[in-house]
Write a new protein. Structure first.
Length: 131
């Protein structure tokens, strides 16, 4: 549902008329308001990580990357949030590996890869592929 809202916001933002004092809308980059909402969502998720499963974190990470709330152009707040998300994924990895949950391990691989944590991504993939 969150991805659908973000996609619709992107379509809306792309259709807004621009003038000389406004920038051109770029598909894939949501408005600052949407990025702010996604940032707040991610902060709350990190603070209460036990309330959310791996799939919910994956969806939120994708929304964060698509909205610009996290990623290379997100600034210091976004960079710090990405680090917090990597730490959460590390905790989720430990639990998924202990439980042998291959589905969660695969999602952790995707999320860690998207955040640029190649060490964790490799560990998750190796655990997911264990017989």
């Amino acid at each position: 549902a969150l991805r659908a809202v973000l996609r619709r916001a992107d379509e809306f933002a792309a259709g807004i008329p621009r003038n000389g004092s406004c920038g051109i809308a770029t598909p894939g980059h949501f408005s600052t308001v949407i990025a702010g909402v996604v940032t707040e969502l991610l902060v709350k998720m990190v603070a209460h990580e036990d309330l959310f499963d791996v799939q919910q974190f994956w969806s939120a990470i994708v929304a964060g990357l698509e909205s610009g709330a996290i990623g290379s152009s997100a600034g210091s707040v976004g960079q710090g949030l990405a680090t917090d998300l990597k730490n959460v994924l590390g905790s989720k990895f430990t639990a998924a590996a202990a439980a042998g949950n291959k589905q969660d391990l695969t999602v952790i691989f995707l999320a860690a890869s998207a955040l640029g944590d190649h060490d964790l991504a490799g560990q998750a993939l190796a655990e997911a592929n264990k017989p």
